[in-house]
Design a protein around this ligand. Structure first.
Ligand SMILES: Nc1ncnc2c1ncn2[C@@H]1O[C@H](COP(=O)(O)OP(=O)(O)OP(=O)(O)O)[C@@H](O)[C@H]1O
Ligand SMILES: [Mg+2]
Length: 309
């Protein structure tokens, strides 16, 4: 049984207009998306800005409404209870946010930031027990107990993201939605935070829904990948399949956009990028319906699905 199963998820936002504020049309932020994840698995959700990645993550956490579809967790249909604060589901699923500079409350000390989920959802603890729990969480992300009394502005971006991570794992969740957790960080710090994410995952058998616009970042972490474009999946399957046999023109373009650090291959890659860009322009109409909509996914093999007519 999968840990998380999302079936035909749709999130449409109304656009209102006129003096009466009537609904005039809808923004389809997520339009019929299905996927599943096992315990301890990392699924990469990749796509350009505005493709619907964050909305998908938010829907799973009950942070936005769901227009249609179902969410199952541990085999239970939790579609209608994702928003209930006290449901056990809300302890099992946590989020880390992209913006490390605004996602931690600037007026709270690290102790209160990390202890907040425990106070809201966890078991009752004395002050001393709580401090001990926070110290343990800080140790997991490689920080000293002395940082408890400090405020977010006293930390660098990478340190803040580690504090966010300590808070996210405070309730021993089973799934973390990591929404671009390293994209605001310097390249050197990105690797460090990714290492912490992987270490903690192994220790707690965590599943990650790892949102990124950059296939390069997730290359080594994800068992499976979902490539999203215009609110739908254009390609979905195992990372091996998608890297070695990218089939949708959009995926092919994303893969050639990964920068290569090997200088000898640079010229070759630039050529490949320009070939794929030409191919994208020439063949776009074969991969999208007339109104620009992404086709439904078709199965190529048990580990690989592609949106095709
Ligand atoms: N609350 C909202 N009301 C109206 N439209 C919204 C709302 N939230 C998101 N959208 C729209 O839905 C679409 C998908 O947004 P979303 O934030 O999920 O994209 P994203 O893939 O996370 O992009 P980014 O990489 O920039 O974070 C966008 O067109 C966005 O403008
Ligand atoms: Mg986003």
């Amino acid at each position: 049984m999968p840990l998380l199963e999302v079936k035909n998820l749709k999130v449409h936002y109304p656009i209102r207009g006129g003096i009466l504020g009537r609904i005039q049309s809808y923004v389809k932020a997520v339009d019929d998306v299905s996927f599943s994840m096992d315990s301890g698995e990392t699924l990469g959700l990749i796509g350009e800005s505005g493709s619907g990645k964050s909305t998908t993550g938010k829907a799973i956490l009950g942070l936005t409404h769901i227009t249609d579809g179902q969410i199952f967790f541990d085999g239970k249909d939790i579609t209608n209870s994702v928003k209930k604060n006290r449901s056990p589901y809300r302890k099992s699923v946590q989020m880390i946010f992209q913006d490390v500079y605004s996602s931690l409350n600037p007026r709270k000390r690290v102790l209160d930031i990390i202890a907040e989920p425990i106070r809201n959802f966890g078991e009752k603890m004395t002050k001393a027990e709580e401090e001990k729990a926070v110290d343990e969480l800080l140790a997991i992300v490689g920080m000293s107990p002395s940082v408890k009394i400090k405020y977010p502005f006293e930390f660098s971006g990478g340190q803040r993201q580690r504090i966010g991570l300590a808070r996210a794992i405070a309730l021993k969740p089973k799934l973390i939605v990591a929404d671009e957790p390293v994209s605001a960080l310097d390249l050197s710090i990105q690797a460090q935070v990714l290492n912490y994410l992987v270490e903690i995952q192994e220790e707690l058998n965590l599943a990650y829904l790892f949102v990124s616009h950059d296939l390069g970042v997730v290359k080594h972490m994800c068992k499976n990948l979902a490539i999203m474009h215009n609110a739908r999946f254009v390609e979905y399957g195992s990372s091996d399949e998608i890297y070695n046999n990218p089939t949708h023109i959009y995926t092919r373009r994303l893969i050639t956009a990964i920068p290569d650090i090997d200088p000898e291959k640079r010229a070759e890659n630039a050529k490949r990028r320009s070939d794929v860009a030409d191919e994208y322009a020439a063949q776009r109409s074969n991969y999208y319906a007339e109104d620009g909509k992404v086709y439904d996914l078709k199965q190529l093999n048990p580990d690989h699905y592609v949106a095709m007519p």
